[in-house]
Design a protein around this ligand. Structure first.
Ligand code: CP3
Length: 354
């Protein structure tokens, strides 16, 4: 057990745990009525920029469900903002940038994120850590360079991110300048989060799912490796979530991230065999299962636990973020099932340890 007795952190490092810890990507969000109540009174920007609101919304899912980890309420797009590229959240569209990087000149002139524009995040982290129970971990996060870059260049959510994919191949020096600037900015950003009290860092490379393995390996992975080594040097676990990367785990494990997050398209059992027990795994229930009747949710959660099987290095999560249409009872069913069914997979290791 680690000194602060956080089961989540123990599972990140594969240390003995009494049950499988769980949290849910996007757990602080619109499926919660208490989130919607606050959101009615404030814009998304106000919520992200006000440490009191950030704290309140981060803690909501912990109070309701008792998850083992909280994730700070913010967004991956605060980094572009700190580089002077602002966005607005448009209903039914998503984030839309006022001034996307739509010319080569704009990409070339991009500068490091200004930490002064991120102070509110660090204040929020401090406040959350103060108010969060000691047994729970606080996860800080950043988007991966590739995922952030794809939003900055495209300017809005896209079905194929073709403009940045074209830029990557035709103007690779300019692309690498953008990626390099983002990487340095992200390293400073996550370092400050850890200094403010974050117990772990998750890196979201959500848009890796638009890349082939070979392209990912050249254009995204080297930057991820730099970020992971910076986080490793801070002595907190780094969770690398590469959406669509479930079949690249032999490559991803060479990042030296202690935890790899996987989506639902790969079996946990196959994943575990690939990483050879040297890496912990986070995931991977298909979020759409939470729209099914309770007895099906229960069965599918059991399948995920069974698929990982015996061992300590599993953190239960969905394979991607929870959506606003998911019923509260469905989440409760997941929590109850993980708590009831996971200890049996730990018995052997706990006994051996005693
Ligand atoms: O997980 C959490 O609870 C922490 C907070 C969090 C948010 N966004 C809050 C949010 C995290 C970790 C993110 C990450 C994020 N943001 C990613 C990577 C992970 C993923 O889910 O793929 C991406 C690609 C973004 C960019 C982004 N922000 C999009 C595409 C959207 C709109 C999509 C949508 O669901 O409406 C956002 C807005 C956003 N970020 C909301 C929340 C709670 C919805 C805000 C609201 O309208 O109240």
């Amino acid at each position: 057990m680690n000194p602060q007795n956080k089961i989540f952190i123990d599972a990140c490092y594969g240390n003995p745990v009494p049950y499988t810890p769980l949290w849910i990507m996007r757990q602080a969000g619109r499926y919660l009525p208490e989130y919607r109540a606050i959101r009615k009174q404030h814009t998304f920007h106000e919520m992200m920029h006000t440490p009191d609101l950030m704290t309140e919304v981060t803690l909501q899912p912990i109070h309701r469900y008792g998850f083992d980890a909280a994730i700070m309420f913010s967004d991956i797009l605060v980094i572009p903002e700190a580089m002077g590229v602002n966005f607005q959240l448009i209903e039914n569209v998503g984030p839309v940038f006022d001034n996307p990087l739509d010319t080569m000149e704009k990409v070339k002139s991009i500068q490091l994120a200004d930490p002064a524009h991120l102070q509110h995040v660090f204040e929020g982290v401090k406040q959350i850590r103060n108010e969060l129970d000691d047994s729970k971990a606080l996860i800080g996060f950043s988007g991966a360079p590739w995922t952030i870059a794809s939003y900055m260049v495209e300017g809005k959510p896209s079905k194929d991110y073709r403009h940045i994919r074209a830029l990557m191949h035709s103007e690779s020096a300019v692309f690498h300048h953008l990626m390099d600037t983002l990487t340095e900015s992200i390293i400073t950003y996550v370092t400050e989060q850890v200094k403010a009290g974050a117990d772990a860092i998750q890196i979201f490379d959500t848009n890796a799912s638009y890349l082939s393995r070979d392209v990912f390996e050249v254009f995204s992975f080297p930057y991820l490796k730099r970020i992971v080594s910076a986080v490793n040097a801070l002595n907190v676990p780094c969770i690398l979530f590469v959406k669509g990367g479930g079949y690249w785990l032999d490559l991803l494990k060479t990042s030296n991230a202690p935890v790899l997050g996987i989506d639902w398209t790969v079996s946990l059992n196959d994943a575990k065999l690939t990483v050879n027990d040297s890496v912990s795994l986070q995931g991977n229930l298909d979020p759409s299962i939470l729209l099914a009747p309770n007895h099906i949710i229960e069965k599918e959660v059991c399948k995920v636990l069974e698929s990982y099987g015996e061992g300590n290095g599993h953190i239960f999560n969905l394979g991607h973020g929870i959506t606003p249409d998911i019923p509260l009872e469905a989440v409760q069913m997941v929590v109850d099932t993980v708590r009831a069914e996971s200890p049996k997979y730990k018995l052997q290791t706990i006994e051996m340890d005693e």
